[in-house]
Design a protein around this ligand. Sequence first.
Ligand code: DGL
Length: 276
Amino acid sequence: MQEQAPRVLVFDSGVGGLSVAACIHQALPGAELIYLADNAGFPYGNKPEQVVIDRCCQLIAKCLQQSACDVIVIACNTASTVVLPHLRAMTDIPVVGVVPAIKPAVACSHNRQIGLLATPATVRRPYLDELIREFAVDCEVTRVGHPGLVCWAEALVSGSEPPQARLDEAMAPLRHSGVDTVVLGCTHYPLLLPWLRRSLPNVRFWVESGEAIARRVAYWLEQAGALSAAETPPGQPKKVVARACFSGPAPEGIDVFMAEMGIPVAVVEGNWPGSE
Ligand code: DGL
């Protein structure tokens, strides 16, 4: 039985993975989180596959050299569609990825009209075609891969609200097809939920992946004999996220933003891992 708090590394291109980190913390309040964001490479949604693979693998390898972790979470749909086999070849630590929640959405939808919101890269990837072929043959899936959404989510950190009129325009294809269920196929999008709801008031089900990821993390911690330590909140109040490392400048106000999300951070490092 592992006594000390298990450590989970959560990776994304920006602040979207915080929506996943918050779900992991809800389910596993005793786990210590390290948040790693490649914001110097943001957005991944317009990057060639190999660039995303190289950047993720290099940053994660560097982070693991500094801090041993029990589970790695790629809290980014765009990266997960290409990087998982490479990471699994690189390390024995369990790697949890995130894929658009098509299967749960099919279980929710009444009218068989499903919307998929993701980055431009994710909506184009063959991985998504396979998911739809496998789980959603009897549904019509309307895909929206809009480049603005991730940027509007990032801007929330500095207090800027998303432009509702432009967001409404971006959601027009989903409004026209009358979807009753929308898959948030990018971890940035749960942060935009209040504005998305306003734009698509007829949507009944908004499906995201954070809770499923938290369950998968719990599974791996159980395999490692560390689940009870992860489920038990620490006796002393402490910061949930031990370190938040950003490959570019740390977003201003990130500590307040994380505290408001219920995942206070102890140390924020910008331009990580520094010059060498
Ligand atoms: N959070 C990432 C995702 O889930 C955003 C990708 C991006 O950087 O464009 O896809």
